[in-house]
Design a protein around this ligand. Structure first.
Ligand code: GDP
Ligand code: MG
Length: 201
């Protein structure tokens, strides 16, 4: 098994994050955790690229639809459809509009448990309930209810891969191999080396 310190995740500052001038704040939060930035670029994604991004997992359409329907029912509301795929079609159309509305900053971060640690920093999907202290909890105030009412995607500032498998597929989708740089960061000695030595004079 590959060492935990080699795990990588795809992170993206979404168009609203760029417009809110949060690129630096977001990078700061990843850097201070001890994760290592191994790729980064700003780009304007196409609708096709966004659709592929969200459908890399063939189950995403169904799972997201089911989750959304469940969300409506929990709140005692009637979902717009009982068919998960119908629901996700609308979510996906809104996402394509949202994610192509301006530049995004895509990044690959590497380090121990990069995927889980990253999701922890990012917080839950819906800003209304994301924990305080997370990026979504601290910097934005959107909700599914408001975004559904206004017929748009929920604005939650940032994307982060949900599992190591998703990360692997997403990294390939956003970056060519030669855009990812393998290098050593001096602090990794303190984070990962079995013996911390060479410090005292
Ligand atoms: P993430 O990984 O935390 O961004 O969340 P998911 O991968 O589950 O969903 C991707 C995107 O689909 C989210 O950022 C939302 O824009 C949208 N989405 C997911 N679940 C729901 C939902 O229950 N309602 C609505 N309106 N949109 C949703
Ligand atoms: Mg996701």
């Amino acid at each position: 098994m590959e060492h935990f310190s080699k795990e990588r995740t795809l992170v993206m500052v979404k168009p609203d994050g760029v417009q809110r001038s949060l690129i630096g704040e977001i990078i700061k939060r990843y850097e201070r955790m001890g994760l290592k930035l191994v790729a980064m670029k700003m780009l304007l994604p196409t609708e096709d690229h966004i659709e592929k991004h969200y459908t890399l997992d063939p189950n995403w359409m169904r799972i997201t639809g089911e989750k959304t329907i469940e969300g409506y029912k929990k709140k005692g509301q009637q979902p717009p459809s009982e068919d998960p795929l119908e629901i996700t079609k609308v979510v996906l159309a809104n996402l394509k509009k949202y994610m192509t509305s301006g530049p995004v900053v895509a990044m690959v971060w590497q380090g121990a448990h990069a995927v889980k640690i990253s999701r922890k920093i990012v917080g839950g999907t819906e800003p209304l309930s994301s924990d305080v202290g997370t990026i979504r909890g601290d910097f934005v105030l959107d909700s599914y209810q408001m975004s559904d009412m206004d017929g748009r995607a929920v604005r939650n500032l940032i994307h982060a891969s949900g599992s190591p498998e998703e990360a692997e597929n997403e990294i390939k989708h956003w970056f060519a191999d030669n855009e990812i740089i393998g290098y050593r960061l001096v602090q990794e000695q303190i984070l990962y080396d079995v013996n911390i030595d060479g410090i005292l004079e």
